[in-house]
Design a protein around this ligand. Structure first.
Ligand SMILES: [Zn+2]
Length: 91
């Protein structure tokens, strides 16, 4: 499944919000859990959900919104790598 950059951005944002323990901001249409590879993503990152800690650099956050912003700003590539890997594994 090829995603255009707009959808990719939304899914990255959705994963970041999920990691922070939040609900999707774009609605269920773009919530990554609707995709078949989400189980693989949850396996890889689920332990960090709601932990207020960055799974990539282990920085801790007091504000959930700051963690979401941090993930998008600094770890989009890592998140995308995980999504890619999971997409390959589940296809
Ligand atoms: Zn980080």
């Amino acid at each position: 499944m090829a995603l255009n950059s707009k959808d990719r951005g939304k899914i990255l944002h959705s994963v970041a919000r999920w990691l922070a323990g939040l609900k999707p901001v774009f609605g269920s249409k773009h919530y990554f859990e609707k995709y078949s590879y989400s189980r693989c993503v949850i396996e890889k990152l689920g332990a960090y959900r709601g932990a207020r800690e960055c799974p990539f650099c282990h920085k801790k956050f007091r504000r959930i919104a700051a963690l979401v912003t941090h993930l998008i700003k600094f770890h989009s590539e890592e998140l995308e790598e995980i999504l890619e890997k999971c997409r390959e594994e589940s296809s």
